[in-house]
Design a protein around this ligand. Structure first.
Ligand SMILES: *Cc1c(COP(=O)(O)O)cnc(C)c1O
Length: 420
């Protein structure tokens, strides 16, 4: 499959006059269309709700767009809760799926009336000293072992720090039931960035069977199953994108097979997707500022791993389009790099691209989630701006770029005052 940018060179040139590169650009139209498709895929389930994983792209303007599409927020920290509150998400619009949770985070989640998802049995006693239990509470499950799909190991829950065992789930439910909790949720996240249609349906079946068992053994009402994140995107052009309609249908079949016969057809399905909601609808826009010819051919951008960490951290592939050269042959082999003093600061290694000139603009694809948010300030590099390409074709600055004053803001040092 060809990967096409959602902007043209002409558009980017106009934007670059207003917003100096590099910047993260988001496509409102794509975001909304995808959100509607997800909703349609699960429309068979009355209580279906997506809670956007805020960590993926913690920008309130984007969260607002998602809110308008009926989407809530999945938070795991104090500031993510504050962001969600700031965009007007209330009570059960917020899921709090945290781990190693500080007391003040639980206190804020309880104050906002968020649905609290306990990562561990010990958190139940920890929480009891902080805030009263709410009518609805959730627990995170870890089945241990390997998670396989079609005999292939997708991930290894037994090595993951998250969630509790089945016996602990049962104990947690009974404890909370004794505290007056009436409705229970079950949550699990067993494999990340899957591009296999079978992931959600298989996870759903595991959780549905657990729900039946827990209901029988503890007598509690299971109100929802949270399938969490993990539905991935086709970062590589040779990958098929996930078909969300087929995934929704797969979950429906598991539901009818396991829950419906037990009379549990009031169970709502929740998701906490981050990557699937936004990754394809973001580009990191950067300009070529250097070329270098040594033992390899290098192209140097004004963006670096501080703006997009995934290639450096995971060796992740991100497709690159040289804007305006979409139809030129990819007959040059380049390493595309940033300027960090770290040799892993490479957006692409041995990538076949059209002949690149200094001044060319590139769009690095699929940076709408886990892109800006993983940014950092290594080498004193500053965080970039975030720009929204609105449905009407106009743009809006939704986060300004950092300045040295931001970088120095936490240092009360006389000699730096002149930079603030
Ligand atoms: C990261 C995370 C998500 C979102 O994962 P994606 O891969 O972005 O879909 C959802 N829930 C929890 C608890 C997470 O930690």
């Amino acid at each position: 499959m060809e990967k096409k940018p959602f902007v043209t060179l002409q558009q980017v040139k106009e934007m670059a006059e207003k917003y100096p590169t590099p910047f993260h650009l988001y496509d409102e139209k794509g975001i909304r269309e995808n959100a509607r498709k997800l909703k349609e895929a699960f429309s068979w389930n009355k209580g279906f709700r997506e809670y956007f994983a805020v960590k993926a792209t913690p920008n309130p303007y984007l969260m607002e767009i998602l809110k308008e599409e009926g989407i809530g927020a999945d938070c795991s920290s104090f500031t993510e809760l504050e962001l969600s509150d700031a965009v007007g998400l209330k009570g059960h619009d917020i899921m709090f799926s945290s781990n190693v949770t500080p007391a003040k985070d639980f206190a804020l989640a309880a104050k906002l009336g968020a649905i609290i998802n306990f990562d561990d049995l010990t958190h139940v006693d920890f929480y009891e000293k902080i805030a009263p239990f709410q009518e609805t509470m959730c627990c995170r499950y870890n089945p241990g072992g390997d998670f396989t799909l079609h005999n292939e190991i997708m991930d290894t829950p037994k090595d993951a720090k998250y969630g509790m065992t089945k016996a602990q789930m049962k104990e947690a439910f009974l404890k909370m039931k004794a505290h007056g909790v009436k409705h229970f949720g079950i949550h699990a996240f067993l494999a990340s960035n899957t591009v296999a249609l079978g992931y959600y349906p298989k996870l759903a079946k595991i959780l549905f069977e657990l729900a039946v068992e827990l209901k029988k053994e503890t007598g509690v009402h299971i109100a929802f199953i949270n399938l969490s994140g993990g539905v991935g995107v086709n970062y590589r052009p040779d990958q098929e994108p996930n078909d969300i309609m087929a995934i929704g249908e797969g979950v429906r079949q598991a539901y009818e097979e396991v829950l419906t016969p037990e009379g549990m057809d009031d169970v709502a399905i929740f998701t906490e997707l981050g990557r699937f909601m936004l990754a394809p609808y973001g580009h990191l826009i950067a300009q070529v500022i250097h070329e270098k010819h040594t033992y390899k051919e290098y192209i140097g951008l004004d963006a670096c791993a501080a703006n997009l960490m995934r290639p450096a951290m995971y060796g992740a592939y991100h497709h690159i389009t040289v804007l305006g050269k979409e139809n030129e042959p990819c007959d040059h082999k380049y390493d595309v790099t940033g300027g960090l003093c770290e040799n892993n600061d490479k957006f692409a290694i041995d990538r076949m691209l059209p002949k690149i000139e200094i001044g060319d603009y590139v769009a690095i694809h699929d940076t709408g989630a886990h892109g800006f948010s993983m940014g950092y300030n290594y080498n004193g590099k500053l965080r970039s701006a975030e720009v929204l390409l609105k449905e009407d074709g106009t743009t809006k600055l939704i986060r300004r770029a950092e300045t040295p004053a931001d970088y120095f803001a936490t240092l009360d040092y006389e000699g730096l005052k002149k930079y603030k």
